[in-house]
Design a protein around this ligand. Structure first.
Ligand SMILES: NC(=O)c1ccc[n+]([C@@H]2O[C@H](COP(=O)([O-])OP(=O)(O)OC[C@H]3O[C@@H](n4cnc5c(N)ncnc54)[C@H](OP(=O)(O)O)[C@@H]3O)[C@@H](O)[C@H]2O)c1
Length: 249
């Protein structure tokens, strides 16, 4: 039997790295993308080269019909849904709380939760029928403590995601389904490049016990570990992937 992983926002960054890691484990991988078909096609090629079988599927994960299309693509092409990685990056509007309009805050929190809510709920009937499922939510260390100014919307949204994941773990455990959170610190991707600079990276690396910032593969490997068969008795946990930066005073 070939295991099947569905990964949202897998055309770039952390999602792309996770997709290739699942390919290395021999999985069939549904590579979701939002707008960059070219990038998703390259990831599919990399998944195939790694030993898996990839397909690219477009969809905005905030939209229920698109999430349904993703799960349908998995079942129609591969017959199962073993793993869902909720990773899609939703837009961030950075502002200090005092200056943040309610609409921007509410949009961020709603987008973040919608992008996990729909695909999770739609995958559950398939996973329950299999009596097997691995749900992985890509959160952020900023859910636990402020990491940078202007990130209150992002941090609050990710904190809500962490709690959502624990409830899913609690309710779905009896069906053989696990739900866990992977919480990266700063990772060098297109999203962080928009906010980060070489100076910021150097500052973070200097405070990090492992003395560097993460690349997407650092996180993708942990997602594949938590999202595969080997983690069958771990559920409702949050795994930080941050080089130990939170150990710093
Ligand atoms: N980078 C960091 O430092 C960092 C730190 C902590 C947590 N995270 C979290 O890690 C996750 C991935 O971030 P990243 O930095 O790897 O992002 P990224 O490199 O900017 O890539 C974003 C991915 O999300 C997709 N996407 C955007 N909007 C989407 C939507 N509405 N529906 C489906 N897919 C959508 C993009 O698709 P297209 O390519 O088609 O546009 C792309 O594949 C996010 O949840 C982010 O919050 C990142």
């Amino acid at each position: 039997m070939t295991r099947v992983a569905v990964i949202t926002g897998a055309s770039r960054g952390i999602g792309a790295a996770a997709a290739v890691e699942f390919g290395r484990l021999g999985y069939a991988v549904v590579v979701n993308y939002h707008s960059r078909r070219d990038a998703a096609d390259s990831v599919v090629e990399a998944v195939d080269q790694a030993g898996g079988k990839g397909i690219a599927v477009a969809g905005d994960m905030r939209v229920r019909e698109d999430a349904a299309g993703l799960i349908r693509a998995a079942t129609e092409n591969f017959g199962r849904v073993d793993t869902v990685v909720c990773n899609a990056s939703t837009p961030i509007k950075q502002a200090a709380f005092a200056d943040m309009p309610w609409e921007d805050f509410a949009t961020k929190v709603t987008d973040e939760l919608a992008a996990s809510y729909h695909v999770t709920q739609l995958a559950l009937p398939v996973m329950r029928a299999q009596r097997y499922g691995r749900l992985v939510y890509v959160s952020s260390g900023q859910a636990e403590r402020p990491g940078a100014p202007g990130m209150i919307g992002h941090g609050s949204a990710k904190a809500a995601l962490n709690t959502f994941a624990r409830y899913v773990a609690y309710e779905e455990g009896p069906h053989g389904i696990t739900a866990n959170v992977v919480a990266p610190g700063y990772v060098r991707t297109d999203s962080s490049a928009a906010a980060g600079t070489a100076q910021i990276e150097a500052h973070i690396a200097a405070r990090t016990p492992l003395r560097r910032v993460a690349d997407p593969l650092d996180v993708g490997r942990v997602i594949a570990m938590i999202g595969s068969e080997n983690s069958g008795f771990a559920t409702g946990i949050t795994v930080p992937v941050n080089g130990g930066v939170t150990l710093a005073p």
